[in-house]
Design a protein around this ligand. Structure first.
Ligand code: ZN
Length: 269
């Protein structure tokens, strides 16, 4: 399998973490002192984050919850509110996720980048998704997290996230799982990028898309535990009060004034 994605992400994950994050931060527009890619304080812990939750195919999301329960792993689910609102079954599965200790992160209303939105359009979507999350998981309302759809942010999005008190989490271990199939390859590529403090990004399984997630998760969890790493949610990985931003001061990241159109998005679905 030699898709462009596999070459790009296979190669990216061979870089040092600091270099990789600098490249990703510049390419995605995800930067600022409310933004995290990994924790430098976690000596033996990583966060596992699973995007685009709940699966539109509810039975696959149920299988994923069953699997995580069996493995005794709590993760952060990045919630797309229109997916959650699809049916009462989808909502019930998200409630179950919270009851089983998983953490919900705002991933906007639909599965599409928001970089062309005005500030107010973006704010409306951000708050609509958050209202759904707060309704399911009210205890977390004071600790709001956002993961930008497609992993890309504009200046308007950065500003709104600050104004609304959101922390933004991307990650430092990603293997472009929507575009590459093959569980073994993903496990290898993610493990190459992962070290203590990492934030790993994968996606919920759908019918005919990312179905390898159900194979990746147990293999990845076993390998991480084999390295002496515990798994945690984003909220556990970055406890309040928020720590010093990791990459503050890097000239590469001072792009607050740059126009979104100048930032070439590195697409992370
Ligand atoms: Zn997504």
């Amino acid at each position: 399998m030699h898709t462009l994605s596999s070459v790009v992400f296979g190669g990216l994950n061979r870089l040092s973490r600091k270099t990789r994050i600098a490249v990703m931060s510049t390419a995605t527009g995800v930067h600022g002192d409310n933004t995290v890619f990994c924790s430098l304080d976690a000596a033996s812990r990583v966060a596992l984050t699973i995007d685009d939750a709940p699966s539109l195919a509810a039975p696959l999301f149920k299988q994923l919850l069953d699997l995580l329960k069996e493995l005794n792993v709590q993760v952060s689910f990045q919630v797309i509110s229109s997916y959650a609102a699809k049916s009462e079954e989808h909502m019930a599965l998200l409630r179950r996720a919270v009851a089983e200790g998983h953490h919900l992160v705002n991933h906007s209303v639909k599965d599409a980048p928001c970089i062309r939105c005005s500030k107010e359009e973006f704010r409306a979507m951000l708050l609509e998704c958050q209202a759904l999350i707060d309704g399911i998981s009210p205890g977390t309302a004071a600790d709001r997290w956002f993961r930008p759809p497609s992993g890309v942010m504009s200046a308007a999005m950065r500003q709104v996230c600050r104004e609304e008190g959101f922390r933004v989490v991307l990650g430092d271990a990603y293997s472009d799982d929507p575009h590459v199939s093959g569980a073994e390859w993903h496990v290898r590529t993610l493990l190459r990028a992962t070290e203590a403090g990492s934030v790993i990004i994968i996606h919920c399984p759908e019918v005919g898309l990312r179905s390898q997630t159900l194979d990746v998760v147990p293999k990845l969890v076993a390998a991480l535990r084999g390295r002496g790493l515990e798994l945690a949610t984003v909220a556990q990985h970055f406890p309040l009060p928020s720590q010093e931003p990791i990459w503050k001061g890097s000239s590469l990241l001072n792009l607050e004034t740059s126009n979104a159109s100048l930032v070439r998005p590195l697409r992370l679905p």
